[in-house]
Design a protein around this ligand. Structure first.
Ligand code: HEC
Length: 171
């Protein structure tokens, strides 16, 4: 802070509060590390949310199995791992293709009203702020479309090829 490095030499001592006020304001506005921990730029924030809210765990191929080492170029391209339970078998959608076909407001409307099958935690998305949902959109949108559509949902009782995570209860 310039005023601390170069205090006025004149016999015009500043009241302590004039020096402390900016420091206090800065301390209140930025609790330890907050500014660097949570990005401000929408795209960076979206990337941060996609990582920390766990979207990659299901929507990025092999992400959980590889300890998060799936390259970013493949993030959110969907996965062929089936989630099998009383609802049938669901597959984490390719969000890169979904977002490429939606405007930002359409995305907002979609994620706030959708009721996808388990284990998609739609209720977590609906607890997010509008700014966070828009940031996710902007991040995924700038990644661009990639990959193929995930396998189609299969109703209960339909046998599926490929690996599945079996939930309790009859499929
Ligand atoms: C535990 C696994 C899991 C996690 C974590 C998860 N999803 Fe999903 N998601 C799924 C599955 C499975 C589906 C498909 C559900 C269906 O078939 O109805 C899905 C569907 C969706 C859909 C609807 C796709 C469409 O075509 O309408 C969106 C949007 C979505 N997920 C976004 C997200 C975002 C954003 C996150 C992170 C905040 C996230 N998901 C985290 C498993 C997951």
């Amino acid at each position: 802070m310039a005023q601390l490095k170069h205090p006025p030499r004149a016999a015009r001592p500043r009241p302590a509060t004039r020096l402390l006020a900016p420091l206090l304001a800065a301390a209140l506005a930025a609790p330890a590390g907050a500014q660097t921990d949570r990005p401000v730029d929408a795209v960076d924030l979206g990337r941060y949310l996609v990582r920390t809210a766990g979207c990659n765990d299901c929507h990025s191929p092999g992400y959980a199995q590889q300890g998060g080492h799936t390259p970013e170029s493949s993030w959110l391209t969907g996965d062929g791992l089936g989630w099998r339970g009383p609802w049938g078998t669901s597959y984490a959608a390719n969000l890169r293709l979904l977002v490429a076909g939606l405007g930002e407001d359409q995305w907002l409307q979609h994620v706030r009203t959708m009721r996808p099958r388990p284990p998609m935690p739609w209720y977590d998305l609906q607890a997010m702020s509008e700014a966070d949902l828009r940031a996710i959109y902007r991040y995924v949108r700038q990644l661009g479309p990639a990959g193929q559509a995930a396998p189609a949902y299969q109703p209960p009782g339909t046998p599926v090829a490929g690996p599945v995570v079996q939930f309790p209860g009859a499929p």
